[in-house]
Ligand binder design. Structure first.
Ligand SMILES: [Zn+2]
Length: 481
């Protein structure tokens, strides 16, 4: 029965990946037989189906379940640390260590977050907390962000241990909670501040970049994060004496707020070019060519080229990589149907370009609004620490380019400025340079992360697994590490 089931599963898998593969040719470097693939898929399924939302989930439970896989693979308790704080028992995490042979060599850290963004069953086509494999994709909340990489990291350690791999450097893994900002506790920041000894490393690998597919599933580039924007929210607040709604007056808190939002909506921060987006635009200009390629080259040469900016900014991914952005994400106002509103507030989430301060952005918002009755205040800083982007040294880039060329020959490795924010910021600021690298290829919709019906290509997941397995091994045995 088991063998028949296994054969049937194999055929189903074949069909599923076939759908994805029709568009994206499989990597020729994938091992012909992969005995560990089924146990990886089971581990990934277990992790995805462990609800880790801030509202009802438990990262601590997910961490315990992943630790159980490591124990079963032979990790002693002394190399596994489940951590949490009394105030937030469900926001815990796991640090695991595979000791290296060379005590002088500094460790390499694999970082991933366990928590996921909320998801409502009624909004999704399928249950967001059940892993569904369909049409060449895995569907579920966290299937991409970030349980693909978290599961691959755990699986890496299981494989290395099972193979008896004795690395030169110590290999560490940290699975943390709170990256999505759903709760008050951020595990990565806490580890940096309170248990840096556990995670200390020469550098860390994290989410934040991956392979880029075009609309037809063609591999365009393999991006590596070379910096990220800062996420910072601001509250706009208007108060008003209010009154009876049967006697409306021109000055109304909701209308005043709406006017302010209109102005923010119409305002565009100026184009800025730094090493990260210059490298990306220059690299993609060669790949894409055509009008977009020319515009990329033109904008790098002259950031004030409005025509080039207008053409490229039609693409939300490029628009946000070129500047600071601020957008309204939440709104509330009024206290009764039959009363004039006394208070109206909105949340503006900004993604700040590296090198621009939070205060500069707040001042710009106040200037654009131009209404002293609209209070602009900074929301609690989710992730402490500001740090320049970690340098893309040959020691870091060399192995990435080597394994990427093995897996996807001819696909250029290109640095990218990440518009989203990750926990890498806290670690880099804490002295552990953190690089966004995953080997996971995504379509232009980025796997619909944070949105409805999040998914990842089945083939993309398995190839990313092979890429990261080889990459971390290379780093761990790097000479002179
Ligand atoms: Zn994430």
């Amino acid at each position: 029965m088991k063998t028949l089931a296994r054969a049937l599963a194999g055929v189903a898998l074949l069909f599923a990946t076939a759908a994805f593969a029709q568009q994206t040719p499989p990597s020729a470097a994938m091992p012909k037989t992969d005995p560990g693939r089924e146990s990886f898929r089971a581990l990934y399924k277990e992790l995805v189906e462990t609800n880790t939302t801030a509202s009802v989930g438990s990262c601590t439970l997910a961490a315990e379940r992943m630790a159980a896989h490591l124990k079963a693979a032979g990790f002693p308790d002394s190399d596994l640390t489940i951590f949490s704080v009394p105030e937030y028992p469900k926001n815990g995490g796991l640090v695991a260590v595979l000791p290296g042979k060379d005590p002088k060599a500094k460790a390499v850290l694999m970082l991933a977050h366990l928590d996921v963004v909320e998801a409502k069953r009624e909004d999704w086509t399928r249950d967001p907390f059940t892993l569904v494999e369909e049409g060449g994709y895995f569907y579920a909340r966290g299937s991409s962000d970030d349980k693909a990489q978290a599961a691959i990291w755990v699986d890496n350690l299981v494989r290395y241990k099972t193979e008896g791999f004795k690395p030169r450097r110590t290999i560490k893994m940290a699975l943390t909670c709170g990256e999505e900002g759903g709760g008050p506790f951020n595990g990565a920041s806490w580890l940096v501040k309170n248990r840096k000894d556990l995670i200390d490393a020469e550098f860390a690998l994290n989410e934040g970049a991956g392979g880029q597919l075009d609309d037809h599933g063609k591999r365009m580039a393999h991006t590596i994060e070379a910096g990220e924007k800062t996420s910072q929210s601001f509250t706009l607040e208007v108060t008003n004496p209010g009154g009876h709604s049967s006697r409306p007056v021109p000055d109304n808190a909701i209308y005043r707020l709406a006017d302010a939002l209109e102005k923010i909506r119409a305002y565009e921060f100026p184009v800025m070019i730094n090493d990260a987006n210059r490298a990306y635009l220059s690299g993609m200009a060669k790949i894409e060519g055509g009008a977009r390629g020319q515009a990329m080259t033109a904008l790098v040469a002259n950031p004030k080229d409005a025509q080039a900016d207008a053409l490229l900014s039609k693409d939300p991914g490029l628009h946000t990589m070129l500047r600071t952005t601020c957008v309204a994400t939440m709104l509330s106002g009024g206290h009764a149907q039959n009363a004039l509103p006394q208070r109206a507030t909105a949340n503006i989430n900004c993604r700040i370009f590296p090198g621009v301060s939070r205060d500069e952005v707040r001042n710009k918002l106040m200037e654009v609004i131009g209404d002293p009755q609209v209070q602009v205040s900074q929301v609690r800083v989710a992730r402490e620490g500001e740090a320049p982007a970690p340098p893309l040294t040959p020691q870091v880039m060399g192995p990435i380019e080597k394994v990427s060329a093995e897996m996807w020959p001819g696909i250029p490795v290109i640095p990218i400025l990440q518009a989203g924010a990750t926990d890498g910021k806290a670690l880099t600021a804490g002295g552990i340079p953190t690089y966004g690298v995953s080997g996971l290829f995504f379509e232009p919709d980025l796997g619909r992360i944070h949105g409805l019906n999040e998914r990842i290509g089945v083939q993309s997941l398995y190839e990313g697994r092979e890429f990261l397995y080889r990459l971390v091994k290379l780093y761990a045995d790097q000479p002179g590490a």
